[in-house]
Design a binder for this molecule. Sequence first.
Ligand code: ATP
Length: 431
Amino acid sequence: MDAEIITSGTELLLGEIVDTNSTHIARALRAIGVNLYYKTSVGDNVERMAAVLRQGLARSELIITTGGLGPTVDDVTREAVAQATGRELVLYPECLAQIEALFNRWGRTVGENNRRQAYLPAGSTPIPNPVGTAPGFILETEQGTIIALPGVPREMERLMQDAVLPYLRQRLGDAQVVIKAKVLRTVALGESWIDERIDLLMRSANPTVGLAAHTGMVDVRITARAPSEAVADQMIAGMEAQVRARIGDDGIFGTGTETLEEVTARLLAQAGVRLALVESATGGEVARRLRSPVTLGRSPVTLGRSTPAGAAVVTAGHVVDGPEALSALLNISPAKLAAFGWISPMVAAEAAAALCNTYEGGWGMAVLGDVEVHGDVYGAETGQTCVALATPDATVVRHYPFGGDGVIARTWVTLRALDLLRRQALAQPTK
Ligand code: ATP
C-alpha cells in the first residue's frame, strides 16, 4: 500500500511549530509495511488543502491528514475533503452526541462552532476521539482512502493506536510485513570512501542499504521488509556480512545506538588498560568522552560523570595550552620542542611514552594540536594535529592536517584518538 501524509496548519509553514505528527505516523506506517512516498504541509486554506488532497488521491492509495478538525473557521480539513471528493458535509448524530456528552460533563452547552465538528463528508466512518472534541474520520473513495486525524499530537497518537492501525492491519491482511533495520556505525572512513565500496549493495531493493553522515562518522543502515521478524533478521545478517566484507570489519566500531566512547572504554577496560592522556586543542575532550575527570595544569576538573569503565581506565587526563606547559608537565627538553615543533610526531611520541610510565604497564596518549588556530577544517588555516599512543610494546603516531579549536576539527581529532585506542585495545588479549 502506498501512502502519503498531509499536515495542515499555517503555524507549521511559519516555522512556529515542528511537525512531529508526520514523524510519528511515518514510523507507525513503516512498522506495518505501508510505503510512504510523500509528505506535504499546507496552510489553513480550504482551496489549497483541497488541491493537495486531489493531488494525493491521484497518486496514493492512502492519505493521512492531521490538523484542521477543530471548531473554528480556520479548521478546513472536513470542508477540503468534501470538496476534493465531491461530497456534501452531513451531520453525524453519533459524533454530535459524543461532543454533547463531553460538554455536558464540563457543564457547558454545545455552540454552533462545535456542532461543525459533527459534520463529516458523506460516506465517512467517524473515529471517536476519547481525548478531545474533534472526531477523526475514514473516507474510502474510488480514487483512494483519506484518514483525517486531529492536529494535537496526543489526540492524533491515540486515534492512530485505537483505530487507524487496526483498520490498516485488517486491510493489509496477508500483505502485512515486518520492517526491521540495523545500523552499523563507522568512524573516520569518509562517506564517499564507503559509498565507493558498497555502491552495488546500495542499489539493492530489499534489504535496502543507506548511509547517514554525522561529523566524523558514517552510519550504514540496513533495512529489510519481510513476512516475519526471523526472515528479516536473516536478510539483514546476509547483507551485513557483505557490507563488513567490503568496508572492513575493524572500521565498524558498533551497531545501533552504541557510541565510540562507550565501545572504546569497554574494550580498554576488558584489556585491563590504564591510560594517561595529555591533550591540547581538544581541551580534554578525549578524556571527557571516556568519562574521566581531567586535570588543567595540576588541578583536577571533573567534566562529565565518571562511569565504571571510563573511570577505571583513565588514570590521568591533562590539558596543556602550549609547549611550555607540555615541557613543564612531562619534562620534555625545550631544545627538542624548538627543533621539531611541539606539534610533531617526535614530540607527540615522546609525550605519550612519558605518560606510559605513569602507571606500571600502562598506556600513554598525547593529542597535540594547534591551539592558536581558531577556524575550522574548511577555512584557510586548518592547523595540524599529532596523536601518539604508547603501549609497553610499541608507539603509534598519526599526523593529521587539521586541528585548532573549531568544533569540527575538535570532533574529528577526538574521534580519531578514540578510534586509535579502540583499534589498539581490540588487538589486546582480554584480561
Ligand atoms: P483540535 O480541534 O483538537 O484543536 P485540530 O485538528 O483543529 O485539533 P489544529 O488546530 O490544526 O488541530 O492543531 C492543534 C494543535 O496541535 C496545534 O496548535 C499544534 O500545537 C499541534 N499540531 C498541529 N499539527 C501538528 C503537527 N503536524 N505536528 C505537531 N504538532 C501539531
